[in-house]
Design a protein around this ligand. Sequence first.
Ligand code: HEC
Length: 378
Amino acid sequence: MKKPLYGLTALFDTPDALMHAVEETAKAGYTRYDVHAPYPLHGMDRAMRLKPSPLGYFALVFGLLGAVSAVGLMTWITLVDYPLVIGGKPFWSWPAFVPVAFEITVLLASVLTVVSMIVIYFKFPNNSHPLHDTPFLKRVSSDGFGISIEAVDPLFDEARVRGMLESVGGKDVGPVYFDVEDLNHGQKVFDLKFVGLLAGVGMVVSIITYLGLNVMLYMEPFSWMMEQEKLKPQAASALFSDGIGMRPPVEGTVARGFLPYPYKGRPEDAGKYLVNPLPVTKPVLDLGREKYMTFCSPCHGNFGRGDSRLAGQFPNPPTLHSDKVRDWPDGSIYHVMTDGQNVMPSYAAQVSRDERWAIVHYIRVLQRAHHAKESDLQ
Ligand code: HEC
């Protein structure tokens, strides 16, 4: 079976001779031809009358894609997924996005443009081509300058093309034929062999990376932050002679946010000197009510009448509506919560300072409600 003709090739000795031949070829109206030289020749694209490459549009689209996805991701992270106050700046602080957006734009524009050029135009991973392994291509890869005109050119006529190439000084003018392989010159990205190769490479790289980072270069705590030397609450520790991991504060020190209580065991002084620092506002009363219902109502009852839900299981607390407690200054109620009183334990560890003062305000509300005066009803 006769192999189909791919085209005619011709060799030239100098770039100038090639350039002249190309000008003549373009002038004659041929469009399906290519030029081969060991190095780029200035002015060749103009001589070939090439149109500007469409690859620029790929770069534009991929670049925009990069910019939009970078800004989009950062917007989602900073506004939706994990808003963090950084240096008091607004969440959507665009100047901080510029470097990242720039980098991703350049990254996608360059990498994806090259990839699509190779895959779409060069039909990677299919690399068969009729010119491969011909003496012609060997020459133009080292010291020859050549031109090839394809048989699919509408003006192609073997005798005419041969005459034209010889008239402009072409040497070794000869035909190139298709191979079976070349005839199947199609897209092979989804070829099973190629996909398998990609998967194999991916697997090998993953295994090497995993072993490299987790075995050879393993570093605590950089590799896995979860695994590091640290003491969990309640856990034992060999560091201390008593084996207890959780330590009380060092003697004579004060932990941040925990002011020592100066009226320990001195309820009279607490009543005399302590003043409720909180204003009587709706948010404060709401807070006081919430904390009272959580921490006090189980014993003192929802309204402070001493009718607790735990009646019988614990010494019944007295009512908070007695003349005694009503006449107490705020500081005395605060003191009972902070220091405890007889069988009632201290609630300083469970209820913060401000919450205790809010509870005092709320108890005052309960007391007034129980002893409403004529004037309260107007
Ligand atoms: C575990 C049950 C219990 C809880 C919870 C509790 N108390 Fe008491 N409370 C008592 C008992 C019992 C007394 C009486 C103590 C005594 O014998 O002096 C008391 C006494 C008091 C007194 C003094 C009353 C008086 O007439 O001497 C005040 C004020 C008080 N509690 C407020 C509170 C507040 C506010 C809370 C919430 C932070 C609270 N208690 C939580 C059981 C409790």
